[in-house]
Design a binder for this molecule. Structure first.
Ligand code: MLT
Length: 314
C-alpha cells in the first residue's frame, strides 16, 4: 500500500544525495558554514551532501525554493536570522515562517565585525564615527540584500548612529567583500566567518565587534565591541539553522536531526568554526521544537527592531 511504500522510503532514507540550499552567493559566510556542514554530514548520513547556491533578495529566493521543494528530506535549507526578518521586510513573501518549514536544529552562532575599505583614514571607531558624521548619506554601506545579516547589522548600526547611509546590496557578502577590498564601497558589517581571514590578511580595516563580548581570536582580541565604543548594548549575533519543507515525514526528520547532532560534534568542524569566532550550538535549540520556539521569538524580536529602525530600512 501507499503507507507501506512511504514507510519503506523513510527506512531507506537517504538513498540518494542530499542537497543543502544556501540562499546567498558562493564564498560568503552562509556558504562556508553550509560546506563545512555538508562535509560533516556525509558520514552520519552515509550519502553525498551537495551545496546549491540559490541567491538573491536577501535570502528569500533560496528559502522559497526549499519551502516549495518535495518534502522528502533530500532538499534542505541552511539559513540564518534572515528566516526571522524576512516576514517584517517583504510584503509578498512566497512562504510563511516558520509554518512552511520543519525546523531541524540550530547549527552555530556567529558574531559580526564592522569593517572598512583599506583607504579609510579613520584609525579607530571614534575617528570613523566623526568621518560618518561629516559624510553621512554619502557613506556606501554594503550588504547582502534586505533581511540579510549584513543588512540587519547595518540597519542597527545606522539606527544607533541616527545616520542614513547609502546601502549597496549584493547577492552575498563574498562579492561585497571584493568591492570593499577594492575600495568601491566604504563599510560593511560582516560575519566574522568571512571577515577574519581578510582582517588577518590586512585587506580591510576593522572598527568594532558587534557582539557584547570581544572575540578571543589573535586578530580581534584587541578590537573593542561597538557597545564598549559608545553604541551601548549594540549586540548582533548571526545564528544559522537547518530547515526542511513542511510535511517531511517525521522518521526522515528524526534521521536528519540525529545526523546534524553527530555533525556538530565533529572535532574538525568545531575547530574550524571556533577559529573563525563561531560558537557551535549544543543546547535545546538543537531540538526541532526548541529551534522552532527560538525562530518564533526571533521573528518577534527582529520585527520590532526593524519597525524601530524603520526609517533606515532602505
Ligand atoms: C548575510 O546575511 O549577510 C549573508 O549571510 C552573507 C552571505 O552569506 O553571503
Amino acid at each position: 500500500t501507499l503507507l507501506a511504500a512511504a514507510s519503506m522510503a523513510c527506512a531507506e532514507f537517504p538513498e540518494k544525495p542530499v542537497t543543502l540550499v544556501v540562499p546567498f552567493a558562493a564564498g560568503g559566510p552562509s556558504d562556508k558554514i553550509a560546506r563545512d556542514l555538508a562535509e560533516a554530514l556525509r558520514k552520519p548520513l552515509g550519502q553525498t551532501v551537495i551545496v546549491d547556491n540559490a541567491a538573491g533578495a536577501g535570502g528569500t529566493i533560496g528559502s522559497a525554493k526549499v519551502a516549495r521543494a518535495a518534502p522528502d528530506g533530500y532538499t534542505l535549507l541552511v539559513h540564518h536570522i534572515g528566516m526571522a526578518t524576512a516576514p517584517a521586510l517583504y510584503r509578498k513573501l512566497g512562504y510563511k515562517v516558520p509554518d512552511d518549514f520543519e525546523t531541524l536544529g540550530l547549527i552555530n552562532e556567529a558574531p559580526s565585525v564592522l569593517i572598512g575599505k583599506p583607504s579609510l583614514e579613520a584609525r579607530n571607531f571614534g575617528e570613523l564615527r566623526q568621518w560618518i558624521a561629516s559624510n553621512g548619506g554619502k557613506v556606501n554601506l554594503a550588504h547582502a540584500g534586505l533581511g540579510s545579516a549584513s543588512h540587519l547589522c547595518g540597519l542597527m548600526f545606522q539606527s544607533a548612529l541616527k545616520t542614513n547611509m547609502t546601502p549597496v546590496p549584493y547577492k552575498g557578502t563574498a562579492p561585497a567583500m571584493t568591492d570593499l577590498i577594492g575600495g568601491q564601497v566604504d563599510l560593511m558589517c560582516e560575519q566574522a566567518t568571512n571577515a577574519v581571514p581578510q582582517i588577518e590578511g590586512k585587506k580591510v580595516k576593522v572598527y568594532g565587534v558587534t557582539s557584547l563580548k570581544r572575540l578571543p581570536l589573535p586578530s580581534l582580541k584587541d578590537t573593542a565591541t561597538l557597545s564598549e565604543s559608545g553604541l551601548k548594548d549594540f549586540d548582533v549575533q548571526v545564528w544559522h539553522g537547518l530547515y526542511a519543507p513542511k510535511g517531511t515525514p517525521p522518521a526522515v526528520l528524526a534521521k536528519l536531526n540525529s545526523a546534524l547532532r553527530v555533525a556538530l560534534k565533529d572535532p574538525e568542524l568545531i575547530k574550524r568554526e571556533e577559529a573563525l569566532g563561531l560558537t557551535v550550538v549544543n543546547d535545546e535549540r538543537l531540538e526541532p521544537a526548541g529551534h522552532r520556539k527560538f525562530i518564533e521569538a526571533e521573528k518577534t524580536r527582529w520585527s520590532k527592531v526593524i519597525k524601530d529602525a524603520g526609517e533606515y530600512a532602505d
